[in-house]
Each structure stands twice: as structure tokens, then as C-alpha cells.
Design a protein around this ligand. Sequence first.
Ligand code: MOS
Length: 763
Amino acid sequence: MSIMRRVIERVAQVLPDRQQDELPSARRYLSQPVDRLDGIDKVTGEARFSAEYRVQGLVYGAIAFSTIAKGIISHIDTTDAEKAPGVIKVFTHLNAPPMKVPRSFSIGAEPSVGGSAVKILNTDRISWNGQPIAVVVADTEERAEHAASLVAVSYSVEEAVTSFESAIAHAHTPKDVLGESPELVKGDPDAILRSAPHRVDLTFTTPPYNHNAIEPHAAIAVWENHRLTVFDTSQFTAGGANSLADIFGLKKENVKLLAPFVGGGFGGKGTMWFYNQLCAMAAREIGRPVRIALSRKGVFRIVGGRTPSRQRVAIAADGSGAFAAFIHEGVTAQSTDNNFPEQFSFPPRHLYAMQSYRIGQQVTTVNRVANTFMRAPGESIGTFAVECAIDALSYELKMDPIELRMRNEPETDPVSGRPFSSRYLREAYAMGADRFGWRNRPAAVRAQRDRGWLIGQGVATGTYPVYRMVTAVRLRLNDDGTVVVQTSCQEMGMGTATVQTQHAADRLGLPLDRVRFEYGDSSLPWAGVAGGSSQTISVALAVQEAAAKLVKELLSLAGKNGNSPLARADANEVQPANSGLFLKAMPAIGETYVDILRRAGRTFVETDVTTGSPLEIMKYSMHSYAAQFCEAAVHEETGEVRIRRWVGAFDTGRILNPKTATSQFRGGIIMGIGMALTEETMFDDRTGRIMNPGLAEYHIPVQADVPEIDILYTDVADPYTPLGAHGIGEIGITGVAAAIANAVYHATGKRVTDLPITLDKLL
Ligand code: MOS
């Protein structure tokens, strides 16, 4: 354990418990299904995405990608490319200016977000098949793309490790996994497993997956002297701006990254993926604004995705179903130039009571583009293995799979021993089972048929941690009674701006239309990455603290004026309501914000706050939970799998906006259906090249693949989180692949342990 970690643990032990937030009792907007404030702009095309800004004198960049996985560029010839029509400049490693490598991503600590240490266009070394080797700038995008195809290159090829399966033999234990111990052991699980009356021991594999947000990655870079402005599709504006400052040796205040609208991120827009860096480089060199918009294929070549994994889950149980031994171990892959051993072994650290365990993971290295965050990295693939193994054990025990899970519900966190801040998984299962009609499910496999289809029902638990990031907010109250809330956070379609506007309006007792939430601009007060499902509560706490500070300031202004009814009031005696501050004891007595500012002769009052570190997560085991219910049909002759029904019951603290929340949960489940049934990045192991780089051959679920999805939630406030809420962006995908595999088993009696569950595996 690091010294810092030990200090934080000590501080956490003496922390007072967080007080329940006294949000004004008049909660008019939070908990209501408020429509997205940006909805009209999006459906009418008013919302501008990164590639769509109209910039004077804009020219276009296109990237040429390497076609080998490892080696040295021995010769590169740009003559034809330079002579092609419309070409302004061709950059290769021979003429690109030196650029620093940004510091790598690390949650909560480093403000930079490098995804890989490869020195793009500053080296002749190739580290993966798809690495940018040239950037062509031309007067149109088509001409740039054409010229990029004319760059002629020869390589001195070196032997590459392109196959995950063959790299597994060289796996090693990483120093840590996302700051946690790579392996945890209690007792002797192997011995217990050997002599256990009931056991399962299964190996699971999951393939690599690629990011396919609706908006492909794109940037426009504009230089004015030494100031850089970049429109970039980002889920971390401040981190991206810091990285660009690192790369080009600029002062942070001279870089501005703007991303007011982002068409989905899912983790694929949290770190730097070269196109934005190359765009800024080219713009500076030629002295004109440049745009680089990746094609779908370009995204596959240079933006990392989810690691493949091989996982073993072995569980020993006594006759009552109690877990006597629990083993979860395995390997993921990362690239030669990054450090991200995806945390698949996290779920069992918090889900089940276990007498003994060994929970850990290893990592191996391949010559592929750096892997990265993808919606619930770790928990998505980890729950697949764990929840399928538990399902298998339930048949071994002849016990209902929900009952088996409930018998192993822990009192406190099974590994850390810390109390849970809030855990209502039992309630989620009860709600979900009731809605799904679980009691009508026959216990036996292959027991339901419908005109050539075998039908089955499966369940699985989903889980995701509660994270919170240090966040700053500026709150400005104007003399017309409007409020502006500013923070550099991101809106990728989740409803961030809507929910935070609801929150600020309730917090200050204002109508919704009196609040403007400004975000998506790195020059605003610091907000962390829109990742780890952390953004909502992180920003909420900052808004809460800024509002409290504003109230104090308004009271001190009022106190300077003997005629104000608030002149002698104390902060805890007043509450914001009806566009002003009023006495709690006598709600008719008080003043509007407009009046307070007018008496004080002020045009505005502004407060800035930065929240503290999330010490509460060192003190409590803080997680979200889901009970996922799936009904699947498997065609007896073709092996085709259809998802027929879905119920997801979530325990994620208070739901702040049922409309946007339901949409988040559904989106996660749909992404999980793709992960389970159709998505898979195919590598040619001879060359390390991705062979299905596009939506024609990489199949994400479409409307016809998705049934009606029923969403339920416990809606119980977590007393230790801002607004009692949890993040909900990632929990939706967790448990989904397992629930599907378990339903397929129930339908067919075939246990598929290798994702995706394609029809060949069922015939
Ligand atoms: Mo999420 S994978 O942290 O964007």
C-alpha cells in the first residue's frame, strides 16, 4: 500500500459521516422526468458537433496508417502525394516537428490523458498495424484522403505478437490494477475446491471490442499566435487541453478545448487518440485552421477498444449453497505502449460472502493499438464470467439461481470488511422477479418451445463502483435573478446539462428557465473526466457547495443593510425558495435575489468552489447493483439467438431524472446485447490488422435486435453521496452478457463460455 493511500485511509477513519443533504424541501425538478434541454437543438440539427464548426480558411487533413504491426519505416516516399491535386503539405516522421508524449491517464491524479506512449510522427518505429505514418493536408477532405493513399512506404518488418492467445503464455502480474491490488487471497481456496461437495470450474473468453459512438472522432484546430483552440469530441475537455499543452509545450491557459456536444463517448473519448494532436500540429505548421475527421475505419485503426480476456471462475459450495471457495483469475491484453490491465476481477471483491478466495488478474502485451476504457471496463466482462459460473453452480446445486445469490449476500464488504454505504440488491431482485414473472419459470433446461424456438430465462447480477472526482464550479447570480453555473464538464448525450440545471434550480429555489448551465469548455472551472460514472455526483457536490457559499455571501450583503428582513439571519435559518432567501421558520419573511442585489448595489455575486477528495469511498464500500432478467429464444435449426424480453432492476441511489436515467440504463443493456451476441473485433493474426473495421462487418445491435426493455429502480438514497445518487452510465451493461448466456443455457442446455454467442457455438 502506498504512503498516500495509507494517509488517505487514516483520514477516512476519523472522517465524520456525511450529513444528509437538506436540499430545499420544494424539490420541484429533481426526480421529475424533465425533457432534455438540448433535445430540440439535437433533433433540428442546430447542435454543432466537432467537425461541423464553420471556420474561415479551413483545410482538411487525412491520415495514412501503417500496414504492419511492428518494425521500422525503411523508406517513405511522398512525391506522388505532394503532386496530387489540392495538396498543401504532407507530414511524415521526416519533417514533423517534435512533440512531447502526454502523461498517461490516471483517474483523479494526473491532469493529462495520454492513451499511449507512442511518439506519433516523431519516430520511424511502428508499434501497431494502423499507426499513423503520414498526415496529408489538402483543400478538400476527398483530396486529402486520396493523396494519403498515394504515400508509398516500405518497412523493415519485425516479428510481432499479434495474437492474444499466444501472448497469454507471457502474462505477468501487474504492479496494480487501477490502484488496487492485482491479487487478493484468503485461506486456501484450492484445497477447499478439491474436496468440496459442489463445485464449478469454468474458463471464459471475451473478444476485443471496438468503440462505435455515433459521432466518430474529429477535431478542428485553430492557432492565433501561441494560443490554440481545438474543437474536439471529448469526454474530458480539461484533460484533453492539458495534454495538448504538454504535447506542444504551451501554457495551460493558452489552450482551449471546446466540446459542447459530443455524440457518445463510452470511454473512447477520455484519452488522446492522435488525430487531435496531429490536427493541431498540421494547423500550426501550415498556419491555417485544419480539420481531421476520422472515418469509421479510421476510428478502428487508431482509437483503442476493450481488451480481450481469458478468465477462470471456480466456486466451491456447501450443501446450503454458501461459497466456501471462490477463485477468479485470468489474463487481459494491453499494448506495448500503455498500461491498462482492465479490472475484470473487481466484481467478486464486493459481491459475495466467501469463506476463502483468490481473486486476481494478470496482463500480457500485444502489438496492437492501446486498449482503453469501454463502458464498465472490467465489470462488464468480469460479471460475464462470474455470473455465468454462479448460474452453472445453481444447476449443480439444483437451486434457483436468484436464491443462490441471495444466500451469499454479504453483511459487509467481503474483501475490505467496510460497511456498504447503500445496498439494496435483494430489493432489486424482488422487484425484477415480480415484473418478469420469474416464478413461472420452469427449473429444467430445454423445457419451453415455441414453433421451432427453444425458450429460456436467465438472470445475472450487475455491479459498478461509485466514484467521485474533485470538481470546481463557478456560480454567478445576476441582478435580473438569473444564475449561471459553470464547469468544464461534458455532455455526451447522457442528460448532464439537464440534470444539473434541475439541481441548481431546486438548490436555489429558481424556475428552471432562470438557470443556465455552461460546460464543455476547458477554460471553465475544472471538472474531471465524464467517466467512471462519476460526473453527476461530482458536479452535484460542487454545485451544492457553491450554492451554500452563495447563500452566505448574500446574507452578508443583506446584513449590511438594516432594512433587510434577512439582516440578522444565519445561513441555517434561511432557505432558498421562490427566487430568493426566506426564513425557514417564517417562509413568508425574506427577500428575492433581485432585491438583495439591488439593495446592495451589486450587478452580480459570484462564488467559486472546488470540492474535496472522495474520502468517503475509502470508508465505505460504495457500489451500484443491478438484477438483469433476460428471456432468450434460440432457433433449433439455425442456432439464431433472439432476445425476447428484458427487465433491468437497478439499485443506484436516488434517480434524479427518470427519463434520462431510463435511457442510460437501456443504452447500457443494448450495448450489452451487442457484446453478448454480435460484436467482436477480428484481427488477422498474421498481420495484426483489424479485418472488420466498419459497421457493415462489426455488428452493433439495431432496432430489430432489441426487445422492449423494462427498467425498474429501487430509488433509495445513498446517505453518503451527493443528492443520494449514484452514477448510472455504466451499470446498465454489467451482467447483461451473463444474463443472456444464462438464458441461452436454460433454453438449450448449452453453456457458451466464449463471447460472442454466435450461432455456430449453438449448433
Ligand atoms: Mo467510461 S468507460 O469511464 O467512459
